[in-house]
Write a protein that binds this ligand. Structure first.
Ligand code: ZN
Length: 509
């Protein structure tokens, strides 16, 4: 393979170094050979290398979106702000039982958007229903086709989706069915995942991870099985945990054997370890943060999705002070409508700012670490991804500093986090290959993709409209269950900026 021996010399750019001057990175050359960074330094010999002029650019490690689902990228822009439990009513059916063509298209759309925005790795926690080998192949082959790195974790669960919602057993049966009342058995899924990891081992752009859906959707047997699989294959684990108030209430009221704590439930079943990453963790308690930090377990924060889905604001400063590992994610395309880690980093810093009125440590360079090295660590890839150093994978973006967002140029880290939107990215390199060149994808024909998606949406949108229509009768029942959740004290506050939460009859105690 020619690419494996290719040398490319990126000459004269500013090289962002987490451990160096994060405001004023130094100018240097960066040499890649095959899929890795070979050398970073002044005046590297151009011999045998293709030379790429990187002057007037800043080279930044590729972002790692540590919580993402490709199964609903076609749903972007279909929903306003909506509590997660209501949003599930619409989005669960729109991600399941899709054609192979749609799976390919939605994977391409999400990957292309990510790459254009400097996300060189997505952690795709994919709801692949049905969970078949054929579908797994479509997803892996599509990422390979477009050239995006993926940490692939097809989700497993043996408790149906309706079990996610507190008081769901009191919903009428037809409403329960709208949410989902079926699940595969534990052993079938564990064997399937084990077989897929062996059949298509990690390598190149593919990295596996284990993806139990959520504690409340996994039996103790499945939690134990997932933890064992992760040990056997030396992989990270991603699991949605404490995303909403409904979920923390479920932990308190139904998991009393585990002290009302999902973290203790996972601990009791062997999952609380350095491999564990909990997505969202909006309603995590301080005691649980200490347990997580002690175990070197981490959280992947998805603030934009949490805000749009009315879940609340995670206590990220407490997590930091507890010493928890952190990564950042963008979550579903129907939940925050964009795959953009610049937005994720900015929200992290902004919400951090209004979580503490006192002057504190600067957050921007921490946000950059979480979005790169922190994300890499979630998949135990911290020595491979997230930094521009020799030996690391050649995954980075080139930011054109002639863009107005860099005029004047005062601080790389602050302008990357607070100013940059992705607009100034003109080139992106993944696995040593230039996959975005002058803002265009080099690996697929974007015009063809646009036309294919436009065509596909002709049948997708009527299906979406049918679902929205059919869900109307579920709303009053869902509202009642939601109201009960909000009328029960859980001992934690995760909403801000209002003295009372009265609209719609929802009252926080
Ligand atoms: Zn998610």
């Amino acid at each position: 393979m020619k690419n494996r021996t290719d040398k490319k010399l990126y000459k004269g750019g500013l090289i962002f170094d987490h451990d160096g001057d994060v405001h004023r990175p130094i100018a240097a050359d960066l040499l890649t050979e095959g899929d890795r960074i070979k050398k970073v330094g002044a005046n590297i010999s151009t011999e045998g290398a293709d030379v790429i002029d990187a002057s007037d650019h800043i080279l930044v490690p590729g972002m790692i979106n540590a919580h993402y689902h490709s199964h609903d990228t076609l749903c972007r822009g279909l929903f306003e702000e909506l509590p997660l439990e209501f949003w599930l009513l619409y989005t669960l059916p729109l991600g399941a039982f899709r054609s192979k063509e749609e799976i390919r298209l939605r994977t391409l759309v999400g990957a292309l958007e990510s790459m254009r925005c400097g996300i060189t790795t997505v952690q795709d926690m994919l709801g692949l229903i049905p969970l078949t080998e054929e579908n797994v192949d479509v997803v892996i082959d599509t990422y390979a086709e477009i050239g995006e790195r993926v940490i692939f974790a097809p989700m497993v669960f043996d408790i149906p989706a309706v079990g996610m919602i507190r008081h769901s057993e009191e919903l009428p049966v037809h409403v329960q069915e709208m949410l989902g009342t079926s699940a595969l058995d534990c052993k079938t899924q564990l064997n399937f995942i084990d077989h897929q990891i062996k059949r298509r081992p990690s390598g190149g752009l593919l990295h596996w991870a284990i993806g139990p859906f959520a504690p409340q959707r996994c039996s103790p047997e499945l939690i134990r099985g997932c933890a064992e699989l992760a040990d056997i294959h030396d992989l990270g684990i991603y699991i949605h945990t404490y995303e909403t108030r409904s979920q923390v209430l479920m932990a308190r009221e139904k998991y009393t054997e585990n002290g009302g704590s999902f973290i203790r439930y996972m601990d009791a079943n062997g999952m609380l370890s350095h491999r564990l990453n909990i997505a969202h963790s909006v309603w995590l308690s301080r005691e649980e943060m200490d347990m997580m930090a002690e175990a070197d377990a981490g959280a992947v924060l998805c603030h934009n999705s949490n805000m749009k889905l009315k879940s609340g604001v995670s206590p990220m400063l407490d997590m930091r002070s507890a010493g928890m590992r952190l990564g950042l994610g963008c979550d579903n395309c129907s939940g925050s409508d964009v795959q953009n880690m610049f937005q994720a980093m900015k929200s992290f810093c902004m919400l951090g700012a209004i979580s503490d009125p006192m002057p504190g440590s600067e957050l921007s360079h921490h946000a950059l670490r979480y979005a790169t090295l922190g994300g890499a660590r979630t998949a135990l890839l911290e020595n491979e991804l997230g930094a521009l150093k020799p030996g690391y994978k050649a995954d980075f973006m080139m930011i054109d500093m002639s863009d107005v967002g860099w005029i004047p140029y005062n601080s790389a880290s602050r302008q990357l986090v607070y100013t940059e939107t992705g607009r100034a990215i003109d080139n992106v390199v993944i696995d040593g290959k230039i996959v975005i060149q002058n803002r265009k994808c080099t690996t697929i024909d974007e015009d063809i993709l646009r036309a294919e998606v436009r065509d596909h949406m002709k049948s997708f949108i009527p299906e979406y409209e049918d679902i929205v229509h059919s869900r109307k009768e579920a709303i009053p029942f869902m509202l009642k269950a939601h109201q009960r959740v909000w009328n029960t004290d859980v001992g934690l506050r995760r909403f801000i900026a209002r003295t009372h939460y009265g609209d719609g009859g929802l009252n926080e105690t």
